[in-house]
Design a binder for this molecule. Structure first.
Ligand code: MLT
Length: 271
């Protein structure tokens, strides 16, 4: 398989690392979840570059993107995304985000609906953290400050993948584990605070006019399918696909099925 080249661009006072391959009028831009990086979209980039222009990028602080001392927030990540599109001269795109990537899209779509040709919300939700979920994030932050990232990475990956894919995708999980452990602790801690403080977006779902596909792994334990069902019931022009034998990272756990759902949506959108 041909390797996709990585580029960098200055955006919003930081350097963004990204890939840009294939051709098409409306690029498909993929936004990764926490605490991953753009490589989490490799099965999609390799597949869709044959028929579309495909862009993956590292959210500030993750992968090979830089960061600065601006306070981390989902709103800042959304601002980076829009400025990244501006810098690449992209007026409108098909935007696909998983989990935290979905939080970023729900922030961006209400502010800049004209920049969206279509939206794919994968394994994500519109609710804010409950007080219990916030408490749990603070415990994890404390644990990372005391012991580093190893326990956090292990527990997160065990929870994110469904049991079957956790056992069958050992090599992939080892690589993800290495990438998480290599992150600066500060980036992980600051992002956990940002996740804990993110505002709810359920009350704005009714205003979304962008055609939307919602995808969720049937065994997602982090953002369960009831969260996707809620998005589906409250976003006009949306459809919902549940992927069997997948947990919270459905695009990596069942890439073929995921690509099929996404491919059908994109085809219908561009017809
Ligand atoms: C993610 O996958 O991006 C995170 O699990 C989101 C979250 O913890 O809320």
């Amino acid at each position: 398989m041909e390797v996709i080249e990585t580029n960098t661009i200055k955006v919003n006072g930081i350097t963004i690392s990204y890939t840009d391959s294939g051709e098409g009028i409306y690029p498909v831009i993929f936004i990764h979840g926490f605490p991953f990086n753009k490589q989490a979209w490799k099965p999609q980039a390799d597949f869709f570059k044959k028929s579309n222009r495909v862009i993956t990028y590292d959210i500030r602080g993750f992968g090979e993107s830089g960061t600065n001392d601006e306070k981390t927030s989902i709103a800042l990540f959304a601002d980076d995304l829009l400025k990244f599109m501006d810098a690449l001269g992209i007026k409108k795109a098909i935007l696909c985000g998983l989990s935290m990537g979905g939080y970023i899209l729900l922030e961006a779509v209400t502010l800049y609906p004209d920049r969206f040709k279509g939206m794919i919300l994968c394994d994500t939700q519109c609710v804010a953290d409950t007080p219990e979920a916030k408490e749990k994030r603070l415990e994890i932050i404390q644990q990372i400050k005391e012991n580093g990232l190893e326990d956090f990475a292990k527990t997160f990956l065990e929870t994110a993948f469904c049991k079957e894919s956790f056992n069958s995708k050992k090599k992939l999980i080892e690589k993800l584990n290495r990438d998480i452990i290599a992150l600066p602790s500060k980036v992980v801690v600051d992002t956990l605070y940002a996740l804990a403080q993110r505002p709810e977006k359920c009350t704005v779902l009714k205003d979304i006019v962008v055609p939307t596909l919602i995808i969720c792994g049937k065994e997602d334990k982090i953002t369960g399918i009831e969260r996707s069902e809620f998005l589906f019931s409250n976003i006009d022009h949306s459809s919902l696909k549940i992927i069997s034998d997948a947990g919270h990272v459905s695009n990596l756990e069942q890439p073929e099925e995921f690509n099929k759902c996404l491919g059908n949506f994109i085809k219908a959108l561009l017809k």
